[in-house]
Design a protein around this ligand. Structure first.
Ligand code: PGA
Length: 249
């Protein structure tokens, strides 16, 4: 594991973008695992700026998003399909056909989970997974007590996650109750994981990740077992650990 602590969310985003850009240049046909949420938005902005200024190309890059809500259409502004277009895909030269997001409108959810999981495998797996973390330690939509062996599956969203995400919707009632998410095992099979963590609200989750017992109650704790994990935190996320509390144990 390597860990960087940056002054601010902006600096965290710059560092993350720098690592992603280096990897894309090193392997122009890299498969990226992508995340939504507020954490990676500025990282994606840096990728766009770099693409415009330095012509870093995504022509041969493939991507798999972590998750999608069940029951909202791609066109819905709250779908993760729309999110990715709005915050990244519309502004870089990635091919639409190379981007993958679970289909939340499928009539056969089980089948869609299997298709997505198998498609990741057929493509040779994920080279670099960009990841955020929930206040409760969730990764993707893998809520506390999800099996560490889980693969792409349907989840019932917890009340706390629905409340956290309701800021994007008209009301809490409009927040979907289910999502399709890569499983914890799916995430752990990525060759490299880049975890971004910003803000005081995430400080306890970061503390658990670094020092808590590895347990399904806090999904992110499993990341300590990943052979190639990079954490980039901002100082606000360090308030529980303290600036010198990076020591791993
Ligand atoms: P956030 O969500 O980036 O919007 O905080 C991250 C997550 O819940 O995984």
């Amino acid at each position: 594991m390597r860990m960087f602590v940056e002054k601010s969310k902006l600096e965290m985003s710059k560092k993350a973008a720098q690592i992603i850009i280096e990897e894309v240049k090193r392997n122009p046909s890299i498969t990226l695992g992508l995340a939504t949420g507020s954490t990676p938005i500025e990282t994606y902005q840096r990728l766009i700026e770099d693409h415009q200024q330095n012509q870093t190309t995504y022509k041969n890059v493939k991507s798999f998003n972590l998750d999608e809500y069940v029951g909202i259409s791609r066109q819905d502004q709250n779908s993760y399909y729309s999110f990715m277009r709005k915050h990244l895909f519309n502004f870089i030269d990635i091919e639409e056909g190379n981007t993958n997001i679970p289909n939340g409108m499928t009539t056969d959810k089980e089948e869609e989970c299997n298709r997505y999981e198998n498609f990741i495998k057929q493509n040779g797996g994920i080279d670099l997974q960009i990841l955020g973390i929930g206040q409760n330690g969730h990764i993707g939509f893998n809520e506390p007590h999800t099996s560490f062996e889980s693969r792409t599956h349907i989840v019932d969203l917890t009340e706390s996650t629905r409340i956290a995400n309701s800021r994007y919707f008209q009301s809490l009632e409009d927040v979907p109750k289910q999502a399709i998410t890569m499983g914890i095992q799916t995430i752990m099979e990525a060759k490299q994981i880049l975890l971004l963590i910003s803000g005081e609200k995430k400080a306890q989750a970061l503390h658990e990740l670094l020092h808590g017992e590895i347990r399904e109650e806090v999904p992110a704790t499993i990341l300590r077992n990943h052979p190639n994990l990079t954490i980039i935190a901002d100082e606000d996320a360090m308030v529980v650990l303290g600036k010198s509390g990076v020591g791993l144990g």
